[in-house]
Design a protein around this ligand. Structure first.
Ligand SMILES: Nc1ncnc2c1ncn2[C@@H]1O[C@H](COP(=O)(O)OP(=O)(O)OP(=O)(O)O)[C@@H](O)[C@H]1O
Ligand SMILES: [Mg+2]
Length: 212
């Protein structure tokens, strides 16, 4: 209905938890139910900043740790005008990783504190719902080996997970922990139901700012 906004729904989780699979399924099923929904992912590798990030991730390029952190954040900020436009048109955005991944990954490195890592993302559109797909390293391993991109190794991923748990203690955010060991369809049904509730709940509420 006119004037009603879409919801900002973020999926986070460890590598191979099924974020991309569930984001795609959610957008499909929301659309099938007659709701307007678009998929976004971060990093969004198609922009100039995104291409720099991509060449870092595939190890074609080395970038200093603070620099790459700020580029990941810049990649989110460059999409904010489009995100706001869509949300205010009533389009729900389903986002595959967001600032929480950015913070969790950098703060897992030596000599980075969580507070520093959060600063550049303060003020981004605040998600109405953050679904954290939980999966044990053993279950994740059954879904295939780590790829060859940067960060794809188990000791680093364990530190990333600890950073995520710190971020989840923030009660100003609507985190929901999901058991990602379920089948794709079972998990999808749960996610769809929570997403639909959220879309209803926030349609008349103003969009807020993250960590402000
Ligand atoms: N619930 C599930 N049960 C079993 N296999 C799954 C499930 N969800 C996804 N998979 C499979 O696990 C693999 C990883 O899924 P997907 O790419 O969606 O994860 P991701 O969280 O986006 O991973 P990444 O962090 O690497 O982007 C794929 O091969 C996918 O088909
Ligand atoms: Mg993915």
């Amino acid at each position: 209905m006119a004037g009603w906004r879409g919801a900002l729904i973020v999926l986070e989780g460890v590598d191979r938890a099924g974020k991309s699979t569930q984001c795609r399924r959610l957008v499909q099923s929301l659309r099938a139910a007659g709701l307007r929904a678009d998929l976004l992912r971060f990093p969004e590798r198609s922009t100039e900043i995104g291409q720099l990030i991509s060449s870092y991730l595939v190890k074609d390029k080395n970038l200093e740790d603070h620099t790459i952190h700020l580029l990941f954040s810049a990649n989110r900020w460059e999409h904010v005008p489009l995100m706001k436009e869509k949300l205010h048109k009533g389009i729900t955005l389903v986002v595959d990783r967001y600032a929480f991944s950015g913070v969790a990954f950098t703060s897992a490195k030596e000599n980075f504190c969580l507070e520093w890592c959060k600063q550049p993302d303060i003020g981004l559109p605040k998600p109405d719902l953050i679904l954290f797909l939980q999966l044990s390293p053993e279950e994740a391993a059954k879904r295939g080996n780590f790829g060859s991109e940067r960060y794809e190794n188990s000791s680093f991923q364990e530190k990333v997970l600890q950073s995520f748990y710190h971020l989840m203690t923030d009660k100003t955010l609507n985190w929901k922990l999901m058991d990602a060991s379920k089948s794709i369809e079972d998990l999808h049904r749960e996610i769809k139901s929570i997403a639909e509730e959220t879309i209803q709940e926030v349609q008349n509420k103003p969009l807020e700012e993250l960590w402000k």
